[in-house]
Write a protein that binds this ligand. Structure first.
Ligand SMILES: *[C@@H]1O[C@H](CO)[C@@H](O)[C@H](O)[C@H]1NC(C)=O
Ligand SMILES: *[C@@H]1O[C@H](CO)[C@@H](O)[C@H](O)[C@H]1NC(C)=O
Ligand SMILES: *[C@@H]1O[C@H](CO)[C@@H](O)[C@H](O)[C@H]1NC(C)=O
Ligand SMILES: *[C@@H]1O[C@H](CO)[C@@H](O)[C@H](O)[C@H]1NC(C)=O
Ligand SMILES: *[C@@H]1O[C@H](CO)[C@@H](O)[C@H](O)[C@H]1NC(C)=O
Ligand SMILES: *[C@@H]1O[C@H](CO)[C@@H](O)[C@H](O)[C@H]1NC(C)=O
Length: 359
């Protein structure tokens, strides 16, 4: 009886040993397998974190060596994006206190009175007195509620948008901002437009009052999007802007033409100057990205790329829609880009520099 029991126990032990052996083998194969993946994964993560902290520190664009910079940037852009809600809220709060796009981005009937003295963004001596006629053509109020906007796409004019296939992704945003009446199409840059800026120098139509059709045709491409002009940035902007308003207001009442508040632009300029951006004037693109940081839940930035070659070292035009060269004396595009990269690595906005995958 005892013998049978012993034999039974030893057999059980052997079975247990075999099972354990199999388990150990299985365990080891599994472990070596996953640890190999784990090593590359954690190396990648380490590199991503290193690049993230590298790019979240501001450097002067002058010190950038483009080749090593684009290599690092290309690697970083393949890293998973890390959004930081508290960072976003911090920028939103700071921008609201300093500049208040929510209540003052454009001149409206609500924030501007008849006969009010309107200062200029860039002139300390000249002012404009708001006439009753122009006041009657200002919008009642700003087009967003205090709740703000959802996902916003800010679409710059950078040549990297050529062949990017980003149109569908951009069009899926809740609010789309564009610049300088840039051309739109469904494949690369999208069609949806909620706000588009006009540079006064773009209004070069002969006899605009008598023959407004070419201008009307040009702006109706954007549906009912807000058209925005910097009427009170420089004194030379005012005449063209007001003429454009007088012409378009009766013809396209469903598509408001509005003027940036010079005080908003001036305080925003001061905000970024205080943080080291010392250009003569911020680019309109950078201004409206800042606006979006205040107004939007999420900000996605496309087509902002100030360099002549892309991340794959292909040459890219400066604009996606023309052959123009940059005005180097005016905006500090590479400095602004470094700032955008910083905001991206901090998780405050998402910068898109690569072609888009199909949705
Ligand atoms: C998110 O941003 C806040 C505010 O700048 C910072 O304190 C925090 O460390 C950030 N979180 C991560 C995970 O980076
Ligand atoms: C922003 O401007 C609006 C309209 O002028 C005003 O009602 C609101 O209190 C302002 N908000 C801040 C934070 O200053
Ligand atoms: C604006 O100023 C003009 C000329 O001084 C005056 O006739 C008019 O009543 C003023 N309008 C308002 C609303 O204050
Ligand atoms: C875009 O694609 C077209 C046709 O595929 C090609 O000829 C052109 O060189 C591309 N442009 C850029 C900027 O990549
Ligand atoms: C990028 O292209 C330029 C000129 O075509 C070449 O000299 C350079 O070596 C290339 N750089 C890389 C990293 O491929
Ligand atoms: C979209 O616009 C870009 C830039 O103007 C142009 O290169 C591209 O060919 C256009 N695509 C279509 C489908 O019209």
């Amino acid at each position: 009886m005892a013998l049978v029991f012993l034999r039974w126990v030893s057999r059980l032990l052997m079975v247990l040993i075999v099972i354990q052996g199999v388990c150990v083998m299985f365990y080891y194969t599994r472990d070596t397998h996953s640890s190999r993946d784990g090593t590359t994964e954690s190396l990648q993560l380490l590199r991503c974190n290193k690049l993230r902290s590298k790019f979240s520190v501001i450097k002067a664009a002058k010190s950038i060596k483009l080749e090593s910079f684009t290599q690092d940037l290309s690697d970083f852009m393949s890293c998973p994006y890390e959004s930081n809600t508290s960072q976003r809220e911090l920028y939103r709060a700071k921008l609201q206190v300093c500049c208040n796009a929510t209540g003052t981005l454009f001149l409206t009937k609500r924030n501007t009175a008849i006969n009010q003295t309107v200062p200029y963004e860039k002139s300390t001596t000249k002012t404009y007195t708001m006439t009753e006629a122009i006041h009657s053509m200002l919008p009642e109020d700003l087009p967003w509620s205090a709740r703000g906007l959802g996902r916003c796409a800010v679409v710059g004019s950078g040549g990297i948008l050529k062949n990017s296939s980003c149109g569908r992704e951009i069009d899926s945003a809740d609010f789309v901002i564009r610049f300088n009446l840039a051309s739109i199409n469904d494949s690369d840059v999208g069609l949806k437009t909620d706000l588009v800026t006009i540079n006064p120098s773009q209004i070069r139509y002969k006899n605009l009052e008598r023959n407004p059709d070419p201008l009307v045709e040009r702006v109706s491409v954007y549906g009912n999007a807000f058209l925005v002009m910097p009427a009170f940035a420089y004194t030379f902007c005012t005449r063209q802007s007001i003429k454009t308003l007088r012409v378009l207001h009766p013809i396209r009442p469903q598509q408001p033409l509005v003027f940036f508040s010079p005080i908003y632009l001036r305080t925003l300029d001061r905000f970024w100057k205080g943080r080291g951006l010392k250009s003569i004037r911020l680019s309109t693109g950078f201004m409206l990205i800042s606006t979006a940081l205040e107004l939007c839940e999420n900000v996605h930035v496309y087509g902002f790329w100030p360099f002549g070659t892309d991340l794959q070292n292909n040459s890219v035009p400066y604009h996606y829609y023309d052959e123009l060269k940059p005005h180097r004396y005016m905006h500090k595009m590479p400095d602004e880009f470094v700032r955008l990269l910083q905001l991206h690595s901090q998780g405050a906005l998402t910068l898109h520099l690569q072609p888009c995958k199909d949705l």
